[in-house]
Design a protein. Structure first.
Length: 842
């Protein structure tokens, strides 16, 4: 449907002044470029190839005025020439750089990567790792060549909102790097670029809100993902009933109509937005979280289950490992499965998980030693489900697990990395059933320092499926469970010892509330959001998992085996400088801990001392949040590196191969090193690619977790507008401040536009807003009273107005461990039908 861009819009609306639209054909001297849809005004007698040829010969960025001079054109040709360059840029033939300079595309520095769009509208492109061969590199659709920049060590590339082109969040794109940006105040800035081509549209389907029910094709919709800022005219003829305004649809996007408008076809209605399960489905779509397993993957899993049943045999004569009790008859484990395995069924392992957990991937046992000559007085056993025995490299299960990267947990559902036949069956350490494991045995001295370690494939039979609540009751009050498992008190003592040693070396602790969502699964109503109670039983398991992870990482490093490390780089110097400037404005200003020399990176123990010094003071909340925000993100890497937050020189993820692909890679490396399997294992570039995939999918899980928390928070609060809440200032920006409610772990925003009697200045060093007229101040940790004015679930906004303040506030809650915005060990929350928080993913 053609229109004049300055007359009537696509829906018959008058287009406001300045609105963009397609160029009008038929203008004098207009010539078609190689795009049939693009018409440009070309100076008389000037050929497109002449312009491109000249720019190719110049071989450096050139200004428009210089092009006019080189082409011997007049000043009145400036606008037509600029239109020509704009059209050529749309075709990827030339690129506009910073400062109004133009360059022929083959001369530009090009990087490919994946685009992430922020809610502000700006984007960042994460560069691809270096490709092994030209065949691995996606080709431009026009077959053109590019001078690709090695991107393995490049930081993310900043994309201004005006330079996004037609790219969407999640697309693989080509970016032309702009000239290096200026440093502001000595602070390093991300490189900047302009997107010149979409290589792959990642989102083949979009979840959308119906906003208008009469358009040329059907209904007008807006993507439910707030990072996608455009409209769609959607054909709804395939739906059984006409959709209502506010209904959520699943749409296949089609061609672009004009700037900010695309066409699409509705496939199915997802339901109404007030249903929590609909919001979960929506979040999964927004983050490309895979749902059902392909039939061939399920068939492969079913075949494994069939073989396990057919191969069951009584292997009671399997020799038990020295130092354990007599073996029990083996049940449902084949002879082939138990070759080269140690019989650990005499070790009284137990699993400890949440009440509603269904997959049990780790079991533990602790005992005191009678003064061994190597100095070990404690012995920790950790047995992890041997997923690598069933999921072989290159199999359909392996490829699917790699694509998923990890399991994805939501308040009422989970999308597992492996089919349930494995995750809840063959690989789940269920009580009184024989299961294959990779086991770690670590000996500690009386100070909690590891003295010995051994690793071996084994067969165990769990003696009990315990819960955190039950274990805590046994530790506190004894009872029947404590009588059946007397070594639980030894486990408690060892966990305290390991915790004290880890804290002494500088491992960081943060106060991070964990949300528990109460959802009525029949109605989809969000009934409540609470802060989950944290028990020492959670920490006990975390400490044991952390110890096993470190022991495996040390062993593989000593043997020279390639594997994915879990690294957490030291904080960025600029973030640390900002942190210490802010802390200098608090009551801790006189502390010697805040003396930071130029270029100095404080140790983890120093940052921990700062947290301890602030503990119990009015600055506790402020200091904890600021230190946390100064941290870098933990990630997987094929190269060794420290884990700053844990103060650990060598760390990996070993304890959750059912739900993390990185752990499965570590298991394969360990099995190969022990001679239990011939390989192959990943190394070099392939290991780098696998680590990068794990990092990308972990980010998707983290972003999905944050989004569903905001969505369910909006659902709970939308019926409570007008109510008053107490809370604490949890974030300060130049346009307002965030408030976390005391009643529930949900945030809203007080915008500065709601203040009629004052205007404010933002002090980033002090994390403060200061009223110029009244002198009022708002800073992190301050207690406030607010009124809920509006909830907008489409924008994920909870809007507040200030009712009153007090001087400061300190939220009291149990402290938990975290390093690089994550806590040690493994989830203390629900693992199969529950919500595993981001900071618990280790």
């Amino acid at each position: 449907m053609k229109k004049h861009p300055r007359q009537r819009g696509y829906f018959g609306d008058t287009v406001r002044k300045g609105a963009s639209g397609p160029a009008r054909p038929g203008k004098k001297n207009a010539r078609r470029t190689d795009d049939e849809q693009t018409f440009v005004s070309v100076p008389g007698g000037l050929d497109v190839e002449e312009v491109l040829g000249l720019m190719g010969k110049i071989r450096h960025p050139v200004r428009l005025d210089d092009l006019i001079r080189f082409l011997d054109l007049s000043r009145r040709d400036k606008k037509p020439l600029e239109s020509l360059l704009d059209a050529l840029q749309a075709k990827g033939r030339v690129i506009r750089l910073r400062g109004g300079k133009w360059v022929e595309a083959s001369q530009a520095r090009i990087v490919t990567g994946v685009l992430s769009i922020q809610r502000s509208g700006a984007g960042f492109v994460t560069p691809d790792v270096v490709q092994e061969s030209a065949e691995d590199t996606p080709k431009p659709v026009d077959g053109g060549k590019r001078n690709r920049v090695e991107s393995r060590l490049q930081p993310d590339i900043f994309i201004h909102p005006g330079f996004l082109g037609d790219a969407w969040h999640g697309d693989r794109v080509e970016v032309a790097l702009q000239p290096a940006p200026q440093h502001r105040g000595g602070k390093m800035r991300n490189p900047e670029g302009r997107i010149i081509r979409v290589l792959e549209r990642r989102q083949k389907e979009l979840a959308v809100h119906v906003t208008r029910n009469q358009t040329p094709r059907g209904v007008l919709c807006r993507p439910a993902d707030p990072r996608l800022d455009f409209l769609l005219d959607v054909d709804v003829s395939a739906l059984k009933a006409a959709p209502k305004i506010g209904e959520l649809l699943l749409v296949t996007p089609e061609e672009k109509v004009e700037d900010g408008l695309w066409r699409g076809t509705a496939r199915v209605s997802l339901g109404l937005e007030e249903d929590a399960m609909v919001q979960e489905r929506l979040t999964k779509l927004n983050h490309e979280i895979p749902l059902d397993f392909p039939p061939n993957v399920l068939a492969e899993a079913a075949e494994l289950e069939k073989r396990a049943a057919e191969g069951a045999a009584d292997l009671g004569g399997l020799k038990p490992l020295d130092g354990v009790e007599d073996a029990l008859p083996i049940d449902r484990v084949s002879k082939a499965s138990t070759s080269k395995r140690q019989d650990l069924r005499g070790v009284p392992f137990v699993t400890i998980d949440g009440e509603d957990a269904r997959d049990f991937d780790d079991a533990v046992y602790v005992r005191r030693l009678p003064g061994a000559p190597d100095g070990a007085v404690w012995e920790l056993w950790v047995a992890i489900a041997d997923v690598s025995h069933f999921v072989l490299p290159g199999s359909r299960l392996d490829r699917e697990a790699r694509d998923r990267g990890n399991s994805y947990y939501f308040p009422t559902s989970v999308e597992p990395m492996l089919p349930e036949v494995l995750s809840n069956g063959l690989c789940s350490l269920r009580p009184d059933e024989d299961r294959l494991v990779m086991a770690a045995r670590v000996g500690f001295d009386d100070r909690g320092i590891p003295r010995t370690s051994a690793f071996f494939p084994g067969v165990i039979r769990s003696r009990g499926r315990l819960t955190y609540e039950g274990v805590q009751e046994a530790l506190d009050h004894g009872g029947e469970l404590a009588g059946r498992h007397p070594y639980l008190k030894d486990a408690e003592a060892l966990a305290h010892l390991l915790l004290e040693r880890r804290q002494a070396r500088g491992s960081l602790d943060f106060d991070l509330p964990e949300a528990q969502f109460i959802v009525n699964r029949s109605t989809g109503e969000v009934e409540d959001i609470k802060r989950r109670v944290r028990l020492f039983a959670h920490r006990l398991i975390e400490e044991f998992m952390l110890a096993a992870n470190e022991a495996v990482a040390r062993f593989l490093t000593e043997k020279g085996t390639p594997f994915p490390y879990r690294i957490h780089p030291a904080p960025d110097p600029d973030r640390l400088s900002s942190l210490f400037r802010t802390l200098a404005s608090t009551d801790l200003a006189q502390s010697e801990l805040l003396t930071l020399k130029r270029g100095e990176t404080p140790s983890p123990s120093r940052l921990r001392d700062i947290l301890v010094q602030a503990n119990g003071t009015p600055q506790e909340y402020l200091v904890g949040r600021l230190v946390l925000r100064s941290m870098m993100q933990a990630r997987y890497s094929p190269e060794a590196g420290e884990h700053f937050g844990l103060a650990s020189p060598c760390y990996c993820h070993f304890t959750s191969p059912i739900r993390r692909y990185a752990d499965l890679l570590v298991h394969r490396a360990l099995s190969f090193t022990l001679g239990a399997t011939p390989g192959p294992i990943l190394a070099g570039h392939k290991l780098l690619m696998a680590a990068d995939q794990c990092n990308a999918r972990e980010r998707a899980a983290t972003e999905a977790e944050r989004e569903i928390a905001r969505r369910l928070g909006c659902l709970l609060l939308r019926e409570r507008t007008g109510e008053t809440f107490t809370g604490v200032v949890s974030g300060v920006t130049e346009f307002g401040f965030f408030v976390e409610f005391d009643e529930m772990p949900v945030e809203g925003m007080v915008r500065l536009t709601t203040f009629r009697d004052d205007w404010f200045e933002y002090d980033p060093d002090r994390q403060e807003l200061i009223g110029v007229g009244t002198g009022r101040r708002f800073r992190l940790g301050q207690a406030v009273t607010v009124r809920l004015t509006d909830v907008h679930i489409g924008r994920l906004e909870v809007n507040l107005e200030l009712e009153g303040t007090t001087d400061t506030a300190k939220r009291s809650s149990s402290r938990r461990s975290a390093g690089g915005r994550e806590a040690p060990g493994r989830s203390s929350g629900r693992k199969r039908n529950g919500f595993v928080p981001r900071h618990k993913r280790r």
